[in-house]
Structure formats: structure tokens, C-alpha cells
Write a protein that binds this ligand. Structure first.
Ligand SMILES: Nc1nc2c(ncn2[C@@H]2O[C@H](COP(=O)(O)OP(=O)(O)OP(=O)(O)O)[C@@H](O)[C@H]2O)c(=O)[nH]1
Ligand SMILES: [Mg+2]
Length: 503
């Protein structure tokens, strides 16, 4: 487990062995997290599951045992704060779109000094981003990611900026002087604080007046310290970039104006510093993942019991109807037909469909009383009635039963073959006796039926089984709406329950 990994006695293993073991653990946990989608416990839990899996796969696994992997620096902040302009100035090239139309950046731009490592390349591809080199190279073994603003949704509804922060080792938080106090973008800093990744705070587009600059930096520093993002309200913790003319050629301020930011990045990229940053970030990341995993595990366990519980309620509702249908078939009391095959089929289909409809309503009724069940019903309103395939399935079941009867008559009579007319007459007898309880056979028919010893009972039982299977298939729609059952082993793979007790 990840939590165990933190306190694991590393002395008992070589460092390399420990890291290999940890990577395997992380990969297994990510696999378990990827094997389930939380549909019932709520969207927050599902977002937490997805994000934890991404943190593990995009961030922790690639870094475990590979301190040389490139340092990922996420450039994030509120919309229009000038992130892309700053990155363009650093790279001395127009890497991505900037401009007055919001959002400027829809897809992230990965500025790096070489090819992206596999995990980052996968992230880039999944977010639809581009990898660029720029006119001036990114610091050695560093990838700077210009992120879309927080209000840009990704393809699957999650925010690309979150996935980028999940993969980041360090962060540049850019906010504009005019809107630095806005709530927008500050939630990103909560993620940054939780992950414990080093952050450079940039106040961009500051007015030229040094006095005003000082005041705004002081205020920003106070706000950052108030959120425990910096140790003291020291304005020197806030990098100031004055508002300036944007150079059309590069889509950003003149490169010398971002020299201080470049210096910060170079400092992070320094071989000694980066090792410390990497180790620290992995340690923080593991601790953070362990805490998050406890909640996600609890959510998966809850999802599992919700699916089991609701499925059992639906099964119960169908069982009553299926048992009634089967008992009716076994007693030959389903239809009062008189040898008319057309009516026999339609009577049995109507009866079966009616039962399926009643079962569906009963199951929906009990689900509606359950808060989560009610939500599922609201999303799958077709569950209130029998399924769209049920009439066809019942028709098929009855026809199959009829089609198989002659073969069975032969078996019951212990014969290889019979004359066609005699076989037809025997089959008609069995069919009629099986379904029409009100029918009183004449003496000759009675004598014939005696020779078909057990055939009628067996035919009734067979019909009961076939019709019951139609109801089972109808009931499967309820299980389908819940999602596949979650194996207990999958929950166990995510660690012991909180407090060590049973779920
Ligand atoms: N005058 C002036 N305009 C700037 C400066 N920096 C950025 N801008 C303008 O501010 C607007 C937004 O800049 P972007 O760099 O696209 O901002 P962003 O944060 O990347 O925006 P999103 O990607 O939408 O979040 C653009 O019109 C830029 O030209 C500056 O220093 N001076
Ligand atoms: Mg941008």
C-alpha cells in the first residue's frame, strides 16, 4: 500500500529494490482505481478517484526510481492573467495563442528542451496539447507547461489544469495585478499546497508606479501567508512583472523583462536543487496520495455495497413475479388455449410481459424509496416498464419451446422416429395438456397421454424455465443501470478499511 510505502523500513531492502517494489505497488493501486467507475456515490468521489489515479500514473510512477526524469513546471492561474505571454517571452517565440479573446489557451503547450518522457507524452496526447521547443531552449531537463485557465473543461468534463498540476513538480502561479484578489484560480493553490510542490508566485501586468507595485505585492504576500502558502507575508516572495508592451513577434513581453522568472526556473533546474525537489515532491506526493486513497477506498467500498444492495432489491422484486410465472407454467395454468398455436403464443407472451412489467414497477418502486436508487431510476426512466426486448424475447422463448416439443416426444416415447402424423398428434396432445388445465381429454387421448408418461410434466417445467429466463433478462436491465458488481478483492487492493474494521 502507498501508506505502508512511506513508513516501510527501507533498510531491509536496497534502495533500488524498494523503488521497484513501490512502483509495482503504485501501478497495482492505479490499476485497481482504473477498474471501477463510481456512478452511485456522487461526482465528487468519482472526480477524486480519477484524479488520484492520474496523480499516481502521471506523477508518482514515472518519478519513483527515476530522479533524472524531467522536472515538470506547471504555469497556472486565472484566465487572462498573462501566462502564455510570459511563457512566450521565456521561450522568445510565439508558442501558443495569446490574446484578448478568452480563453486564450484551450490546449496546453509543453515547452521542453527535448522529447517528452512517455508518461508526459501520454498526458499531452490525452489533453490534445502540443510540444514545442521555442527559439530559446527550456532549462535542461525541464518541461514548462502553459496550462489552460481553470474554466476550460477537458474532453471528459474534468479540468485539464488539474491533470497538469497532478503531473507537476513545481508551479508558476500567475495572477494579474488587476484581479489578483479574485477567487478564480486560487483553488488551484489549494491543490499546490496539498501536494507540497514549490511554487513561484508571479504578479503580472503591474502598474509602472513603484509605490503601487510595492503595495500590491505586500497585499498579495499577506493573502498568500494567510493561506499558509508562504511562511511569512514577505513581498519578496512575490515576483513582480510590470505591464509592458507585448512584442508582436513573440506574443509576449521583451525577454529581459522575464529574466527574474527565468532565474527562478534555472534555480529549480540546477542538478543539486532538482534532486532535492524531486525527492521532496515524491515524498509529499506519496503522503498526499495515501491520505486521498483512504477516502477513495471508502467511496469504492460504499459504491460496492450500494450496487449489491440495490441489485438485491431488484432481484427480490423480480423473484416474486418469476416464481409466480414458473409455478403457473408448472401447474399448466398459464393459458386456456385449445390447440390454437397462434393464440397459445400470444397468450403466453402477454402473460410473461405482464409479469415483467409488474416486476419492473415493483423494483422501481423500492428503488425510488432509496435516495441513490431514486437517482438511478430518474436517469433510467425506462426501468419503470418491462424492457423493449421483452416481447420479442418471450415470443422467441415460446416458439423455441414449441419447436423442441416433437424431439422431446420422441425421447419420451423412447423412439428414434415416428410416423409424421402420429408424431404431430402426440405433440399436440402434450402441448395442449401442458398449458390448458381446463381441458378434459377424451378416452382415446387419455390412453395416448398415458403412453407419454411424464411428458406433460416435463414440458410444463421446461416452459416454466424458459419463461423465467425471459424475466431474468428483463431484470438484468436493473443490474446494468448500476454497473458491474465490484469484487471485494478490488476494494482490498486499495488498502485496509479506515480504522481497520470491516466495511
Ligand atoms: N499590455 C499588456 N498586455 C499584456 C501583458 N501580458 C499579457 N497581456 C495581454 O493580456 C491578454 C491575455 O494574455 P495571455 O498571455 O493570453 O493570458 P493567459 O493567462 O495565457 O490567458 P488564458 O490562456 O486565457 O488563461 C492578451 O491580450 C495579452 O496580450 C503585458 O505585460 N502588457
Ligand atoms: Mg494562455
Amino acid at each position: 500500500m502507498i501508506g505502508v510505502a512511506l513508513c516501510h523500513n527501507r533498510c531491509s531492502m536496497t534502495r533500488a529494490r524498494h523503488e521497484e517494489w513501490l512502483r509495482d505497488e503504485l501501478t497495482a493501486v492505479a490499476g485497481a482505481l482504473g477498474a471501477v467507475e463510481l456512478r452511485l456515490v456522487g461526482p465528487e468521489a468519482e472526480a477524486a478517484r480519477r484524479s488520484l489515479r492520474e496523480t499516481i500514473l502521471n506523477h508518482l510512477v514515472p518519478r519513483t526510481g527515476d530522479p533524472e526524469s524531467p522536472l515538470v513546471v506547471a504555469v497556472v492561474g486565472p484566465a487572462g492573467s498573462g501566462k502564455s505571454s510570459l511563457v512566450n517571452a521565456l521561450a522568445e517565440a510565439r508558442l501558443g495563442p495569446t490574446g484578448a479573446i478568452r480563453p486564450g489557451t484551450r490546449y496546453p503547450v509543453f515547452w521542453s528542451d527535448g522529447p517528452l518522457p512517455a508518461a508526459l507524452e501520454a498526458l499531452r496526447a490525452s489533453l490534445g496539447g502540443v510540444a514545442v521547443a521555442g527559439e530559446r531552449r527550456a532549462p535542461e531537463r525541464m518541461v514548462v507547461v502553459d496550462a489552460p485557465p481553470p474554466d476550460v473543461p477537458g474532453r471528459d468534463g474534468s479540468r485539464p489544469v488539474d491533470a497538469i498540476l497532478d503531473a507537476a513538480d513545481a508551479c508558476v502561479f500567475v495572477t494579474g495585478a488587476l484581479r489578483y484578489a479574485d477567487a478564480s484560480g486560487w483553488d488551484l493553490l489549494e491543490v499546490v499546497a496539498r501536494r507540497g510542490i514549490p511554487t513561484v508566485f508571479v504578479l503580472n501586468k503591474l502598474p509602472a508606479d513603484p509605490g503601487v507595485q510595492r503595495q500590491v505585492r505586500e497585499d498579495m504576500a499577506r493573502r498568500l501567508a494567510g493561506r499558509n502558502l508562504i511562511p511569512r507575508p514577505d513581498p519578496d516572495e512575490v515576483l513582480a512583472v510590470p505591464a509592458t508592451t507585448v512584442l508582436r513577434a513573440i506574443g509576449g513581453p521583451a525577454p529581459q523583462l522575464v529574466a527574474a522568472l527565468r532565474k527562478e526556473l534555472d534555480a529549480l533546474a540546477d542538478p543539486q536543487a532538482r534532486l532535492l525537489v524531486s525527492a521532496d515532491v515524491v515524498e509529499h506526493g506519496l503522503a498526499d496520495a495515501a491520505v486521498r486513497l483512504v477516502d477513495v477506498r471508502a467511496a469504492v467500498a460504499e459504491e460496492r455495497s450500494l450496487r449489491l444492495g440495490l441489485a438485491a432489491l431488484a432481484t427480490e422484486a423480480y423473484r416474486a413475479e418469476a416464481a409466480g410465472l414458473r409455478a403457473g407454467a408448472e401447474a399448466g395454468a398459464l393459458s386456456d388455449v385449445s390447440g390454437d398455436t397462434g393464440r397459445l403464443v400470444s397468450d403466453l407472451v402477454v402473460l410473461t410481459t405482464l409479469r415483467a412489467g409488474r416486476a419492473a414497477r415493483a423494483a422501481s418502486d423500492v428503488w425510488a424509496l432509496h435516495p441513490v436508487g431514486a437517482r438511478v431510476i430518474a436517469e433510467h426512466t425506462s426501468l419503470w416498464a418491462h424492457g423493449p426486448q421483452t416481447v420479442a424475447a418471450a415470443t422467441r422463448a415460446v416458439h423455441d419451446w414449441l419447436d423442441d416439443l416433437p424431439e422431446r416426444v420422441l425421447v419420451w416415447r423412447g423412439k428414434q422416429r415416428m410416423a409424421a402424423r402420429r408424431l404431430r398428434r402426440a405433440t399436440d396432445l402434450v402441448r395442449r395438456a401442458a398449458v390448458d388445465r381446463a381441458w378434459v381429454p377424451g378416452r382415446r387421448d387419455l390412453r395416448r397421454l398415458e403412453r407419454l408418461d411424464g411428458a406433460v410434466v416435463a414440458a410444463r417445467n421446461d416452459l416454466g424455465r424458459r419463461l423465467e429466463a425471459v424475466l431474468d433478462a428483463d431484470a438484468a436491465r436493473f443490474a446494468g443501470a448500476l454497473g458491474p458488481q465490484i469484487p471485494a478483492a478490488l476494494v482490498e487492493r486499495l488498502g485496509p478499511p479506515e480504522g481497520g474494521g470491516d466495511d
